[in-house]
Design a protein. Structure first.
Length: 446
């Protein structure tokens, strides 16, 4: 760090608090153009710290950075604007931050503890213990217009706000992280704004708000081999004046949504290249459904009605609960291009009158190895509206059902069903609202 703004105290066991602090500048130790800051065993109290380019912050296994419980030890990062992109108005206070920096590493196996409860007021209208609340709460790590950031092998617990917040940055690698964030409001896990080329892997996220939120125009994000537990949305895309999301891939995920909040009958609107692979899901299911089922199985609660199957979804919405019940019980997508589902099986635990999948104005779709439950009383299993260039292969209908595929709208074209078993459906295809039979090709039916 070229300029130290950290206030680092002696280990807590010695009785040191925010008084008697020592200031460190790695240039005093011979660092030129970067270096490694080593946090040894002990508990060290810090306020706002800026990380400069080419710096590695290494926290040893027995080391802990403890966010100060005194609000005066923090400050806003004025170089980060509060307008100009989605959710920037949330605030620009942080425990660790980087601006216009590159080649930064924050690594463990130690711990960062934000003492987030100290920034929460137990009584509305009264200040929290730290004196800072609302939009002045510090994030654990805040990065703005940075490149090549790596946060890995760390425990990040009890943040006052979003745990990791990345804005308009590129090449972000988040790996082997444990995030536990349930001591304050808006306790997001990852919060990305107009960020591209991001990998999130091998992470365990237990948070009170969105586990992985993507706002603005995020591109080329891969989430793999991770576990998410949240009281809110597992994945949140946009919201408000959001842009487009390109190149999102979800692989081998396990997610649980805690039951004491609004039920998960909600949907997402995404744009450009979403891939769901075995084990991936956007919606959530209770733990008891996972026994003896393959990792690609998604079990949903069911209970959808005919009215919900035909309701109009709002064009814009904020929080997921404002969307209301969506017309599909499994996957609802609209205004999307490049959607891939591979080896996914959808099941329900109660009677379901909604289609499993609805695609509205979607283009370039590939579905391979798709097993799905239906209902003889429901309209259909799949509904495609003004959707084109769709390829289904190895599709199986798992239960007696009505129509397998309902095609709506004159703009539907080039829809191919190639190799599958839908004999349990009373009818293969139904056409409505101007859709033409030439829009669909049926081949190799069992």
């Amino acid at each position: 760090m070229e300029r130290a703004e950290a206030q680092v105290a002696a280990p807590e066991k010695s009785g040191a608090a925010s008084s008697g602090v020592r200031l460190y500048d790695i240039r005093d130790y011979g660092a030129k153009g970067g270096g490694t800051v080593l946090v040894p065993a002990g508990i060290y109290v810090i306020g706002t710290v800026e990380l400069k380019s080419n710096v590695t912050l290494h926290i040893t296994a027995a080391g802990k950075l403890l966010g100060s419980d005194e609000g005066k030890q923090y400050h806003s990062v004025d170089a980060i604007p509060l307008r100009g992109d989605t959710t920037l108005e949330d605030g620009n206070w942080a425990l660790l931050f980087a601006v216009n920096a590159y080649n930064i590493v924050i690594e463990g196996p130690g711990t960062i503890d934000g003492q987030g409860a100290q920034f929460h007021s137990a009584v509305r209208g009264t200040p929290p213990p730290s004196g800072l609340g609302g939009l002045k709460r510090p994030y654990h790590f805040l990065a703005y217009r940075c490149e090549n950031l790596r946060v890995r092998n760390l425990s990040l617990v009890d943040c006052a706000y979003h745990n990791i917040r990345i804005i308009q940055s590129r090449r972000i690698f988040l790996d082997s992280l444990f995030l536990h964030n349930r001591v304050n409001g808006n306790n997001d896990g990852f919060h990305l704004i107009s960020t591209e080329f991001v990998t999130i892997s091998n992470c365990i996220v237990q948070c009170g708000d969105d586990a992985c939120a993507m706002f603005g125009s995020c591109k080329n994000i891969v989430v793999t081999n991770s576990y998410f537990s949240t009281r809110w949305s597992v994945f949140r895309f946009g919201g408000g004046a959001c842009g487009e999301h390109h190149g999102l891939q979800l692989h081998a995920l396990r997610s649980v949504r805690l039951p004491n909040q609004v039920s998960g009958r909600s949907g997402i609107e995404i744009r450009e290249h979403l891939r769901l692979k075995p084990g991936a899901q956007r919606r959530n299911w209770p733990d008891q459904h996972q026994h003896r089922r393959p990792s690609s199985t998604v079990v949903l609660g069911g209970g959808g009605t005919r009215d919900e199957a035909t309701r109009e979804v709002p064009k814009t919405f904020g929080e997921y609960f404002a969307l209301g019940p969506i017309p599909a019980y499994g996957l609802y997508a609209r205004n999307c291009r490049g959607l891939t589902l591979q080896n996914v099986r959808l099941e329900v635990s109660a009677a379901e009158m909604r289609p499993a999948v609805i695609l509205e104005r979607v283009e370039d779709v590939a579905v391979n190895g798709f097993g799905v439950q239906g209902n003889p009383e429901a309209e259909s299993i799949l509904r495609l509206t003004d959707t084109k260039h769709v390829y289904f292969a190895a599709v199986r209908v798992l239960t007696p059902s009505s129509t397998f595929l309902r095609v709506e709208g004159a703009e539907c074209e080039n829809i191919a069903l190639d190799g599958g078993d839908w004999l349990r459906a009373a009818k293969a295809v139904d056409y409505a609202e101007g859709a033409q039979e030439k829009a669909v090709r049926l081949r190799s039916i069992v």
